[in-house]
Design a protein around this ligand. Structure first.
Ligand code: SF4
Length: 328
């Protein structure tokens, strides 16, 4: 199938922002010959973005470990013995010091993550103070705190929160294999509260958890069917952490990861597609293919919540080698 083979595969047809992607259409994209898929993804990417720019975010764990949820991939669940100890919510000054360091290292967005099922109201007050202070440094703010009520989403918006991250993780069908302490509908409800409060949505998933391609298709179909596409779509490669139920999961073929990035780019053409967890184990060549497939955002810095992320210098060298620059 060439780019000009039919109306749905012409460039203008592909660049249309659609919310009615069928699983069959998404499956057909996954099945394309690899060069054709990358060509389409890169062609669309160029309609909306400068292909030489990458947005850089830094993620800080402001409250680590001790989470009551049972997400099978997560070292912060209190149910698994992963060596991650439960810590208290960080103090405002310490968070601000990290935010300043992130800004001077080139980050434009500072994400704060807390290992909660959902924040208690007294914790939310402290997070709101952090959001206001980080914003005062001239950084965009993002938080990931678990499930939110409508009132909590509005409180974060009033504090100045720009983005809220809440991943769908996988397809609706596979979700119960990974998490049993909440249901898919809970995730969608929090996303609705965030959107209704006027906060930008950051929402994606994790691949390599033992799901089938049909599940990857289902995850992207769900994301692309949201009434407004998430402004950021993080696509994570599972980091297999010892002590978690997914520790011995066989690795996903890197080409399948690149295909997932490309299909996310094609189906959500205006979204930032973020290369997220799992970069530590990824070759430079795989990361370069991801950029070619339309990824245009990365997490930068030595720690991605509690798992290793490539050192900043390695990132800088890679971006320099590829001639990519920071999106302002
Ligand atoms: S992913 Fe989030 S909600 Fe799930 S166990 Fe980890 S910290 Fe808790």
């Amino acid at each position: 199938m060439s780019l000009a083979a039919d109306d749905s595969s012409t460039l203008s047809g592909l660049c249309r922002v659609r919310h009615d992607w069928t699983r069959a259409e998404i499956g057909a994209l996954f099945d394309l010959p690899f060069p054709e898929l990358l060509f389409r993804a890169q062609s669309i990417h160029r309609q909306y973005f400068d292909p030489a720019e990458v947005q850089i975010s830094t993620l800080l764990s402001i409250k680590t470990g001790g989470c009551p949820e049972d997400c099978a991939y997560c070292p912060q669940s209190a149910r698994y013995n992963t060596g991650v100890n439960a810590e208290k919510l960080m103090a405002l000054d310490a968070v601000l010091a990290e935010a300043r360091a992130a800004k001077s290292a080139g980050a434009s967005r500072f994400c704060m993550g807390a290992a909660w099922r959902s924040p208690k109201d007294r914790d939310l007050e402290q997070v709101c103070a952090m959001v206001g202070a980080v914003k005062g440094l001239g950084l965009e703010t993002c938080a990931t705190l678990g499930m939110l009520s409508a009132a909590q989403a509005h409180a974060l918006k009033r504090a100045g929160l720009d983005y809220y991250n809440h991943n769908l993780d996988t397809s609706p069908e596979f979700y119960g294999e990974i998490i049993t302490t909440r249901v898919y509908r809970d995730r969608l409800e929090t996303l609705e509260h965030v959107r209704d409060a006027g906060i930008n949505v950051c929402c994606g998933g994790i691949v390599g958890m033992g799901e089938s391609r049909a599940d990857r298709i289902g995850m992207i179909a769900t994301l692309a069917a949201l009434p407004v596409h998430p402004e950021s779509v993080p696509i994570n490669m599972l980091v297999r952490v010892a002590g978690t139920p997914l520790a011995d999961q066989p690795p996903l073929d890197p080409f399948e990861f690149v295909r997932t990035i490309a299909v996310a780019r094609i189906t959500m053409p205006r979204s930032m597609v973020r290369l997220s967890a799992g970069r530590e184990e990824m070759s430079e060549q795989t990361q370069a293919l991801c950029f070619l497939a339309g990824a245009n955002s990365i997490f930068y810095g030595p720690k991605l919540l509690t798992t290793a992320n490539p050192e900043r210098d390695r990132d800088r060298v890679l971006l320099d080698k590829l001639g990519l620059s920071r999106m302002q």
